[in-house]
Design a protein around this ligand. Structure first.
Ligand SMILES: NC(=O)c1ccc[n+]([C@@H]2O[C@H](COP(=O)([O-])OP(=O)(O)OC[C@H]3O[C@@H](n4cnc5c(N)ncnc54)[C@H](O)[C@@H]3O)[C@@H](O)[C@H]2O)c1
Length: 442
């Protein structure tokens, strides 16, 4: 099916499709009838993605991705839709599935099929089996490039779908957890093609992980609980790029912030940034809201649930739903019920209640809309430019995990500043000479 679908494309490859085309575009989405709402929201996000817009305009002229098939496993949001449009404008044929069962925006998935002719396989709330069947649908398209967020697509390709590996030339990875998994694959010598770690670009993690996750995680918590942050005690597990952003936003809203860490340097940084660093055992009875952003597993577990106060709220914004040991919570609970959308109450010993948000999945995508478009603009500009870079430089790349080239990082920051109307100073000739010399002292 996948490779014979070019006929369904409109002449300019973007914006040209209408509902009549939808049947010819491979898809499995909730309801194509939602496409109108999705298109309006995709266009709203596009307004706030000037860097990606500039890249799309260039791609439409130069077609640098002509002939490439790309299988993307990303959160299906309005911002991702604009990335897919950019790749398509560059001449690529794109297949998209969700990178988390709860993060898909169903109206966006419908719009991608109906209005943009993009093969899409994603339904919010899909079960485990459907989630993986959607990944397989993208792999069956026989991509040249994989674009992953969390490494699930790459992992399926290297285990259950090895027969499709031969045609894959390269890939990109969006998030910290995916990069960790890929580095482990490269160390074990099982990674079969080069992958660029988008997460490691400064214009990605400094902004997306910090300001994006910082804001949107609290947005998710607030949308589903309507809690007051001011005056509450918020416990943040992990003081990495995401944790730093989250801590500063929670503090800014008036919370007392406690941080837990396993890395001494990060712990020291958190303490000097003005937070109280404690063990989770110490934090457990104190917190009103617990947020995990570690990329690790069982960070909140039985002994912590047992010590929490009545009404404690627990949520995760790390990539996988393993940061909170939900099976342990289930085992120690005498009852559970959904009290609001994305809020589940667990009855634990002594009549205490613990509230789990969004099934322990990334709360900013489960209960809110993920990061604002302004920040995804930079992350996805890195994605688009890195795919172009991969195509140009394939021959020189090994089966390793690569950094985003510095020139791409600088180009993305230059374009972003220009879009914000911000000019910076240019060093004078005297300054350039001074910075390149060693002879001048006091
Ligand atoms: N929700 C989102 O939209 C979003 C966005 C970006 C990244 N992420 C995900 O968030 C997670 C964190 O990303 P990051 O960029 O901050 O990673 P990071 O590596 O910069 O930080 C993770 C931190 O967690 C700490 N940590 C690990 N195990 C711990 C434990 N048991 N207790 C306390 N701290 C522990 C580490 O020492 C590290 O400082 C990853 O899973 C990443 O994929 C989510």
């Amino acid at each position: 099916m996948a490779r014979s679908r070019k006929a369904a494309r409109s002449a300019n490859g973007a914006n040209g499709a209408n509902g009549a085309h939808a049947a010819a575009v491979p898809h499995h989405v909730k309801d194509l009838g939602l496409a109108g709402d999705g298109k309006a929201r995709i266009e709203w996000a596009e307004r706030h993605m000037p860097v990606l817009r500039a890249i799309r305009a260039r791609f439409a002229k130069e077609k640098p991705l002509k002939g490439m098939r790309i299988a993307a496993c990303l959160h299906v949001t309005t911002e991702t839709a604009n990335l897919m449009r950019t790749l398509q404008a560059g001449g690529a044929e794109v297949f998209l599935c969700g990178s988390n069962p709860l993060s898909t925006q169903d109206d966006v998935a419908a719009a991608l099929v109906v209005h943009y002719d993009i093969a899409t396989f994603a339904i919010k709330g899909e079960d485990h089996k459907t989630y993986y069947s959607h990944i397989v649908s993208c792999i069956d398209a026989e991509p040249h490039v994989t674009m992953d967020d969390g490494c699930d697509l790459v992992s399926v390709l290297h285990t259950k779908k090895k027969d499709k590996l031969k045609g894959v030339l390269a890939g990109t990875e969006e998030t910290s957890t995916g990069v960790t998994r890929l580095r482990a694959m490269a160390a074990d010598k099982v990674l079969r093609y080069p992958v660029i770690a988008i997460n490691d670009a400064d214009t990605k993690h400094l902004f997306d992980n910090r300001y994006g996750t910082g804001q949107s995680t609290l947005d998710g918590v607030l949308r589903c609980t309507n809690m007051l942050v001011a005056g509450s005690t918020v416990v943040i597990a992990g003081y990495g790029w995401c944790g730093r952003g989250l801590a500063s936003r929670a503090k800014g809203m008036g919370a007392t912030v406690l941080v837990t860490e396993i890395d001494p340097l990060r712990a020291l940084e958190a303490q000097m940034d003005g937070y109280q660093v404690v063990s989770m055992a110490k934090a457990a009875p104190l917190g009103d809201l617990f947020l995990t952003v570690t990329g690790n597993k069982s960070v909140l577990r039985r002994e912590h649930f047992a010590a929490m106060k009545d009404g404690a709220i627990i949520a995760n914004s790390g990539h996988f739903n393993v940061e909170i040991d939900i099976p342990a919570l289930e085992r120690m609970s005498s009852g559970r019920r959904t009290v609001r959308p994305f809020v589940e109450e667990f009855k634990v010993s002594g009549g205490r209640r613990v509230y789990l948000l969004g099934e322990g999945r990334l709360i900013n995508l489960a209960a809110a809309e993920g990061h604002p478009a302004m920040v995804m603009d930079m992350s996805f500009a890195n994605q688009a430019l890195s795919v172009e870079h991969l195509k140009k430089n394939l021959r020189s790349l090994k089966r390793e995990v690569y950094k985003v080239p510095d020139e791409i990082d600088r180009e993305v920051s230059r374009l972003k500043l220009a879009s914000m109307g911000i000019a910076i100073d240019v060093p004078t000739a005297e300054q350039r000479k001074y910075m390149a010399s060693w002879s001048e002292g006091t």
